[in-house]
Write a protein that binds this ligand. Structure first.
Ligand code: GLC
Length: 552
């Protein structure tokens, strides 16, 4: 990173999903106390910042993405004082802290929504959300045809205290997550207050949940046959009625000003599932957000042509607005990459194992590809994200018993989707059996999702010091990334390479070679390996599904 380059342009950010990271008090749910004790692990891993998924008071209908108070901490995670202490500890270790702000919706238990339910149609209390009369003779039909992201209609009907059905309210996610009305000035004011509340407590920025959802088209028109993402044949500039609406950018222009009123570099990263790069980069124009997750890269199958297209498309679009790209393989919403890559790869985007149902998985193959993908991820120009457990090579837990599944998507699809619990299983830290050091010795409760006994070999303890482990690969790559002048932000170019290979050169003197084909690949003459995701073959060639960083 060049002197004077803002930290976030090349940062590696580690996602902490607090309920599954480390349990300090032994109730089986991760918490801030546990996180504080593990901060030295993150500093030693070599990441620059952490992003903490929501820790706010919540009935936990969507694991905390249903917030009932944006300016406090849920008792299951700890206290506000502990949160402040965590931020201070992280700063002492040289780690920045990003929180997760959830502006598209609240919990139905948020006081505002409770007030809205108690108030009549047309009242100012209802104006903060999206209440509408139903269609049909007696309002018995939903106001429009919008579908919840979790399945089923995006509208639920209210019932008054006498049991009479009333208006409907919009929820793009679960019925316990009513959408806010971003045409209401009180909503704007309240979120600015929330940003300031946490900026005042020293946080370095926010990940913005569902950043592409806040603005809805005037009149809430039917979606009709439009899908999201838009089908490839749909014109690039067709507006979807409730995703990626142009008005959303006004919000982020205002938020940027809030961030800039604070000392230091306070930043935002957009969670915007917008798969057309020229639309995604509107979120990172110079007066809006700083960075955006690159979901295109995340959902790309392990295929050279597709990876290269995504890398080129991303870079070109980001260059047009002067923002650094980010590179992401995983988060708490998608199947872990070890398991995605363990299957035969389709040509189409791939985010859930539901997309691959029925295909047998080979975890050894998935792990080999995930190791190669890690070296690609950390060699690309810009910032990168690491989701907790990615550095341990954890697979998706695919056989969680139905009765432990908690993701609302499972219920809303009547079990057709396995949901997202399989990537949220508590981390294994040490020891031979569950809870693998996730909870302290003598804990009163089991981890909130059961850990597979086979994870004994994947604990931090088991991998530490093993040069062939995923953890040591990440540690070594992050160490090199910090010191090698070619890595982080900057340029890159493709070198000529055989079909199925990616050969990326960065100055000075760096090449990353990734073999996405089935046959071994020659390594350029005179190049010295710095780090490889697996051993070269006896004749010095790079085997299939392997990557190497070279000094040239
Ligand atoms: C985001 C979160 C996801 C959550 C949804 C609704 O996509 O990452 O976990 O369910 O928003 O808040």
């Amino acid at each position: 990173m060049g002197v004077g380059t803002p930290w976030w342009r090349s940062a590696v950010v580690y996602q902490v999903y607090p309920r599954s990271f480390a349990d300090g008090d032994g109730d089986g749910v991760g918490d801030i106390g546990g996180l504080r004790t593990r901060l030295p692990y993150l500093a030693e891993l070599g990441v620059d910042a952490l992003w903490v998924s929501p820790w706010y008071p919540s009935p936990m209908a969507d694991a905390g993405y249903d917030v009932s108070d944006h300016r406090d901490v849920d008792p299951v995670f700890g206290t506000l004082a502990e949160a402040e202490a965590m931020v201070a500890d992280a700063h002492d270790l040289g780690l920045r802290v990003l929180l997760d702000v959830v502006p598209n919706h609240t919990s139905d238990e948020h006081p505002w929504f409770q007030q809205a339910l108690a108030a009549p149609p047309g009242s100012p209390e209802r104006e903060r959300f999206l209440f509408r009369d139903g269609r049909g003779r007696s309002g018995e039909l939903a106001p429009n045809d919008w579908i919840s992201r979790f399945g089923g209609p995006a509208w639920s009907r209210t019932v008054d205290p006498e049991g009479r059905p009333g208006q409907w309210y919009l929820h793009l996610y679960s019925p316990k997550q009513p959408d806010l009305n971003w045409r209401n000035p009180q909503v704007w004011e309240d979120f600015e207050r929330t940003l300031r509340f946490w900026f005042d407590r020293g946080v370095d920025g926010f990940r913005i949940d569902v950043a592409h959802g806040l603005a809805k088209a005037e009149g809430l028109p039917d979606v009709e046959e439009l899908t999201w993402p838009l089908a490839p044949e749909v014109d690039a500039d067709v507006e979807h009625p409730h995703w990626d609406q142009p008005d959303v950018h006004e919000v982020y222009r205002a938020w940027r000003k809030v961030a800039e009123s604070y000392p230091g570099e306070r930043i935002f990263v957009a969670e915007a599932w917008v798969d057309r790069p020229h639309r995604l980069v509107r979120y990172v124009r110079p007066d809006e957000l700083h960075t955006a997750f690159n979901f295109d890269f995340l959902v790309a199958p392990w295929r050279a042509r597709r990876l290269r297209e995504v890398i080129d498309g991303t870079r070109e679009a980001h260059e047009s607005v002067g923002a650094p790209p980010t590179w992401v393989l995983a988060n708490h919403d998608v199947a872990r990459e070890v398991s995605r890559y363990a299957r035969e790869q389709p040509d189409t985007p791939l985010r859930s194992l539901d997309d691959l149902a029925g295909l047998p998985g080979h975890l050894e193959l998935g792990t080999r590809r995930a190791r190669a993908a890690a070296l690609l991820l950390l060699a690309l120009p810009g910032g990168a994200y690491v989701y907790q457990g990615q550095e341990l090579g954890l697979p998706e837990v695919e056989d969680l018993p139905q009765e432990v599944l908690q993701d609302p998507r499972v219920r809303q699809t009547a079990g057709r989707s396995r949901g997202r619990d399989g990537c949220r299983v508590p981390l294994p830290w040490s020891g031979e059996r569950p809870p693998f050091g996730f909870s302290p010795a003598g804990a009163s409760a089991q981890p909130w999702l059961p850990q597979p006994p086979s994870w004994a070999g994947l604990t931090v303890g088991a991998q530490t010091g093993d040069p062939d482990s995923m953890l040591e690969l990440y540690r070594a790559a992050l160490r090199l990334r910090r010191t090698h002048p070619a890595l982080g932000e900057g340029g890159m170019r493709w070198l000529e390479a055989p079909e199925g290979a990616l050969a990326m050169a960065r100055d000075p003197g760096f090449v990353c070679l990734v073999n996405v084909s089935a046959s071994p690949l020659p390594v350029p003459d005179g190049a010295r390996p710095l780090l490889a995701s697996g051993p070269l073959d006896p004749s010095g060639r790079l085997p299939a599904d392997t990557a190497v960083w070279l000094s040239v």
